[in-house]
Ligand binder design. Structure first.
Ligand code: AMP
Ligand code: TRP
Length: 347
């Protein structure tokens, strides 16, 4: 790009991914899936991925990985992702991700990787020397997932913000080093009441599929009884709810349940507190449990139905992969050319 050239504009395109590394949680649904569906329904071109290559950065039993991949596909579909309007596929079927990932391993700096808090969290209390090299390089692969489609917007939960910022750093360094305008500076889209759903047992910890306590999370496959039980037993304080969100200061558990309610109901924490301010958890928790069951039960029922026909899920993923590949391959070829790779076997 010469100095006088106007900056290139990239058409709006959304990309996001979820790891098939266990069951889906309410955190995934509110922080990711529900918002993906909203973006799709706004008519924005959207590409959604099941990032199986990311999942194997920590050990995955092969049969469980296969099952979790199909179950996550069912979760996307049951939540409202339309495989015609959006592109839905699993990462390993589009090899351009891994190929661009390698190039980005050569763009990203060790010092950048050393600042990634998720790597630090995932290795905390363990022998970091014994983690896979893939776990360390993971954010460069994530940048490739996004940039191999020149995606401009990435809806994610709060925990992924740093990785999307690294994606911007990689794009900027690539553009700068090769004096091109090849990649957009992707924007993380972190919005809504539930960008960080917390554990039901400890308001300072993120709700996570890897938490050893099943009571800490709502799984998308939990039945109505389990959902209600977990919410009613969620750790809270003895005070009634305040009238406004400011009153939730210092009350992490109460804030979490109010945020979950607001996100499930498609409203704001202020509105929830306008309705429930002054009421105790004896009233609020059963109302939250009813709401959660009414939203989640149809999704989990649809997931079970879809899981009865794994061949159909595989067919949809293969079709999604073809469509994704058709976008990614020409961009990857452009990148190889910029980098100076000889590609003489191409037609
Ligand atoms: P993962 O399950 O780690 O692959 O996460 C997939 C998506 O769900 C990412 O966009 C995460 O930011 C989001 N997510 C995971 N856990 C939570 C949570 N507790 N609250 C909000 N978003 C979450
Ligand atoms: N790292 C994300 C997570 O753990 C998953 C992911 C991989 C992703 N590639 C992505 C999210 C690209 C958004 C865009 O949640």
């Amino acid at each position: 790009m010469n100095a006088a050239a106007p900056a290139r504009t990239y058409p709006t395109r959304i990309f996001s991914g979820i790891q098939p590394s266990g069951g889906l949680t309410l955190g995934n649904y509110l922080g990711a899936l529900k918002r993906f569906v909203e973006k799709q329904n706004e008519g924005i071109e959207s590409i959604y991925c099941i990032v199986d290559m990311h999942a194997i950065t920590v050990w995955q039993d092969p049969e469980r990985l296969r099952h979790a991949t199909r179950e996550l596909a069912a979760g996307y579909l049951a939540s409202g992702i339309d495989p015609e309007r959006s592109i839905l596929f699993n990462q390993s079927q589009v090899s351009a991700h891994a190929e661009l990932g390698w190039i980005f391993n050569c763009v990203a700096r060790l010092g950048w990787m050393n600042r990634m808090t998720q790597f630090k969290d995932k290795t905390a209390g363990k022998n970091a020397e014994n983690s896979s090299l893939g776990l360390y390089a993971y954010p460069a692969l994530m940048a490739a997932d996004i940039l191999v489609y020149r995606a401009t917007h990435v809806p994610v939960g709060e925990d992924q913000k740093q990785h999307v910022e690294l994606t911007r750093d990689i794009a900027a360094k690539f553009n700068h080093d090769f004096k091109v305008d090849c990649f957009p500076l992707t924007i993380p889209v972190i919005e809504g009441a539930a960008t960080r759903v917390m554990s039901l047992r400890d308001g300072t910890k993120k709700m996570s599929k890897s938490d050893p306590s099943d009571a800490s999370r709502i799984n998308m496959t939990d039945d109505a009884d389990a959902i209600a039980k977990k919410l009613k037993r969620a750790v809270t304080d003895p005070e009634p709810l305040p009238d406004t969100p400011e009153g939730l200061e210092g009350r992490a558990e109460a804030r979490n349940l109010v945020n979950i309610y607001a996100a499930l109901a498609g409203t704001t924490p202020s509105q929830v507190l306008a309705d429930f301010g002054g009421k105790g958890f004896g009233v609020f928790k059963p109302a939250l449990a009813d709401l959660a069951v009414s939203v989640l039960s149809p999704i989990s029922a649809e997931m079970s139905r879809l899981m009865q026909d794994p061949a159909e899920i595989d067919r949809l993923l293969a079709r999604g992969a073809e469509r994704a590949d058709a976008i990614a391959r020409p961009i990857l070829e452009e990148v190889f050319d910029i980098v100076g790779m000889v590609r003489s076997r191409r037609g």
